[in-house]
Design a protein around this ligand. Structure first.
Ligand SMILES: NC(=O)c1ccc[n+]([C@@H]2O[C@H](COP(=O)([O-])OP(=O)(O)OC[C@H]3O[C@@H](n4cnc5c(N)ncnc54)[C@H](OP(=O)(O)O)[C@@H]3O)[C@@H](O)[C@H]2O)c1
Length: 264
């Protein structure tokens, strides 16, 4: 047990061992934060800690975020090791989706437990120790802003996270604790890798994005860090879409436009 209070700000990141969460850990490490990294696979967490060890103090907790004691253990680890918690990043989420009629109760509960109840419980625990200047970030999705084919319960929980973020902002903003949400478009990670080269995926995403490249995990990590940093200190209760303009436009690539005209 370390009773000292860290000079560095401290961030607790769920789902920190891969994909977007791992990039968020790297971004905060670059900015000089200490990190509490949470995910299920211990070997992935240990690999991350080893990679960052030269510059960054990393503590890891291998647990399922849906475990009853996960929020309490994670926040207790931050307080025992660093004596403070400046930012919670609720990033871990389920990648299960199916059309509404094909979503059985098992899938529905798994997605709600992982992607909505766990962030709610982690935020509740973090608020018990956070001080003015702290913030809570959620990783939502553009599919919490607009409907997605096969969105099923995934769209519902990502929209729910926006509601939770706004409620946190109004409830705790006056205490100096902010809450914001980033809503990525499609980003190449283990969650989406299988779809990336399919025609439907490219049509729905790449051909409808008015930008000349795909989004990256670093795009998401940079935005999360900005919102948590002092540079974002007047931003509260916001949803920031990170999708190259996908969710706010009716863009079609030239090839898709031509194909549409020929078909018509
Ligand atoms: N990739 C995209 O296109 C995209 C777009 C919009 C939003 N998002 C959101 O971004 C977040 C991260 O997604 P990603 O694409 O980075 O996924 P990913 O590459 O599959 O990584 C998921 C991370 O979360 C951890 N995790 C998953 N379930 C967990 C659980 N029950 N308990 C503890 N840790 C868990 C995983 O580690 P373990 O398996 O070891 O637990 C891993 O570290 C999710 O909330 C997702 O909905 C992703």
């Amino acid at each position: 047990m370390n009773n000292k209070t860290s000079q560095k700000p401290v961030v607790l990141i769920t789902g920190a061992s891969a994909g977007i969460g791992e990039a968020i850990a790297r971004r905060f490490a670059t900015a000089g934060w200490a990190i509490v990294a949470v995910a299920r696979r211990p070997e992935k967490l240990e690999a991350l800690a080893a990679q960052l060890a030269k510059t960054t103090e990393v503590r890891t907790l291998a647990t399922d975020v849906t475990a009853e004691d996960a929020p309490q253990r994670a926040v207790a680890l931050a307080m025992q090791e660093f004596g403070r918690l400046d930012c919670l990043v609720n990033n871990a989420g389920s990648g299960s989706w199916a059309p509404h009629r094909d979503t059985d109760d098992r899938m529905m509960n798994e997605v709600i437990d992982t992607s909505l109840k766990a962030p709610f419980r982690f935020a509740r625990e973090a608020l018990g120790v956070m001080k003015a200047g702290s913030s809570i970030l959620c990783v939502g999705s553009v599919y919490g802003i607009v409907g997605g084919l096969n969105g099923g319960i995934y769209c519902a929980v990502k929209a729910g996270l926006i509601g939770m973020t706004q409620a946190l902002a109004v409830q705790y903003g006056s205490a100096g604790i902010r809450a914001n949400l980033v809503a990525p478009g499609v980003i190449k990670t283990d969650m989406t890798r299988d779809f990336w080269d399919t025609e439907g995926f490219q049509r729905t995403n790449q051909e409808m994005t008015p930008f000349n490249r795909d989004g990256t995990v670093e795009d998401v990590a940079n935005a999360v860090h900005f919102l948590a940093s002092s540079e974002g200190s007047y931003i509260n209760g916001q949803t920031l879409a990170l999708d190259g303009g996908w969710s706010t436009t009716k863009f079609l690539s030239y090839d898709a436009l031509v194909a549409q005209r020929v078909a018509a």
